[in-house]
Design a binder for this molecule. Structure first.
Ligand code: IMP
Ligand code: MG
Length: 176
């Protein structure tokens, strides 16, 4: 298959990740430690780059989710398939996501983690599709607002492929 056309270049990503890291480091400057929670698998590259640019003390953990499927079509519901290893009660938590599309995943994660009593809980997403997102789903730190297209690369996949592309590209998917 040909390489997907570029939507966001490697250089644009690097610049934006720098900016996000500076903002996050400033916002959490007074905090003793931040727990970064990466949502697998899509966030692994973004989290790796972002975390190395933060100038505040951090720990890293991961969580993995799956959409419930009815036949081949995902329904709205989300299921936890791998939980955090650490307790988050009393901790400052930043959820790190690859993309926020309908917001269902983020909503679910926020709800689940909030019940555990973190000192604070914020969200950071590399990309967001504002056209698809209900207005009541907010994201604290957003890398790029993107059009409602299927994007791949820099962690994002289609059928678990293209994750290791260094840029974010667009796939032209057949309808359905
Ligand atoms: P949401 O729950 O609808 O916000 O969907 C979020 C999840 O759907 C993301 O974490 C991705 O795994 C996946 N997703 C949504 N849109 C895209 C895309 O354009 N490319 C790759 N994955 C996507
Ligand atoms: Mg994801």
């Amino acid at each position: 298959m040909a390489l997907p056309p570029v939507l966001i270049t490697e250089a644009q990503i690097a610049t934006r990740v720098d900016e996000l890291a500076r903002r996050i480091s400033a916002d959490y400057a007074g905090v003793d430690e931040l727990l970064l929670v990466g949502v697998l698998r899509g966030a692994f590259i973004f989290l790796a780059d972002l975390s190395r640019r933060l100038t505040i003390p951090c720990r890293v953990d991961f969580i993995a989710l799956s959409r419930y499927e009815h036949g081949s079509t995902p329904s709205g519901a989300v299921r936890l398939i791998m939980d955090l290893r650490v307790a988050i009660t009393g901790k400052h938590v930043l959820l790190v996501e690859d993309i926020v599309d309908s917001g269902v995943t983020l909503d679910y994660l926020r709800g689940t983690l909030q019940t555990r009593g973190p000192a604070s809980l914020r969200t950071c997403a590399l990309t967001r599709k504002p056209d698809r997102l209900p207005s009541d789903v907010s994201v604290d730190y957003v890398g790029f607002d993107i059009p409602d297209r299927w994007v791949v690369g820099y962690g994002l996949d289609y059928d678990n492929r293209f994750r290791t592309l260094p840029y974010i590209g667009v796939l032209d998917l057949p309808p359905g």
